[in-house]
Design a protein around this ligand. Structure first.
Ligand code: FES
Length: 135
């Protein structure tokens, strides 16, 4: 009998100016990454409201990756720094709800970092695979 391998469902909120462009670059360069994620393009990482994260978990996402511009590169001045603070608070909230905070990850990935996008996505998928499905 074959053993089922858990395939995590990942939602990636990707800033249009950097992470989303980095994902596009990865595709253009034909870098392969695991097909577990769906990418939702947003104008800035700061556009991700805590409700979006909670909604994605409610829709059976096992992990959520937020990708933003590197500090100092945000197209909306300091939106990404607000995102960083928001994610820290959100991780505490998730912990209070009994959800492992590691299921939410924030990464700075620029438009030229296609390889970093692939590596981040693959590493995050493996991390969530080890955690198992969200209960
Ligand atoms: S514009 Fe990319 S994080 Fe703000």
């Amino acid at each position: 009998m074959r053993k089922e391998i858990f395939e995590p469902k990942i939602v990636c909120f990707a800033c249009k100016w950097c992470t989303s462009a980095g994902a596009d670059l990865a595709g253009t360069l034909r870098f392969k990454y695991k097909p577990n994620g769906i990418i939702i393009k947003i104008m800035c990482s700061s556009r991700v409201d805590p409700q979006h994260v909670l909604w994605a978990f409610k829709q059976k996402a096992d992990g959520i990756l937020i990708g933003g511009c590197h500090p100092g590169d945000c197209h909306y001045q300091n939106g990404n720094l607000k995102t960083m603070r928001r994610v820290m608070l959100l991780k505490k909230l998730l912990n209070d709800f009994g959800v492992e905070p590691e299921r939410l990850h924030l990464e700075w990935i620029s438009a030229s970092e296609g390889k970093k996008f692939v590596k981040t996505m693959d590493n995050f998928i493996e991390k969530i695979r080890k955690l198992g499905p969200l209960k």
